[in-house]
Unconditional design. Sequence first.
Length: 132
Amino acid sequence: YFWNVYMLWSKSITFVQDKLYIYRRREGSIMNIAWKKSKLDFDPIDVAIAYHKYCKKYGFLDEKRDWYWGLWFPHMSGTAIRFSGEHNIEKCLAHTVRFIKKNYNPTGLSPESIQMMENVISYFRERGYEIP
């Protein structure tokens, strides 16, 4: 979330060839613990929703909506679904569908972004969820 919000405000970007860090998930690490806790299963969707609210609040939503719906939301929803586990999959799906129904509008999106979201929506329709 932080990196994506930071990038909204950045006026320039510099790329460095050197590898400055590497993160490995290992037993006992914060990320490893986070992915194992069921209460955090929804984190990727909640982060996507929080980012959507942030973009809307600060006027970035129109400018970034193609990127948001074409790349970021499909990635975050896929991550949430992949890691939700058997115990929370239906809750995770319903949570995601509610957000899509309330916020998604393909008007003005690129054909690629629309296709990405159609792939996401098809996934839900195949599982019996109604999305217009």
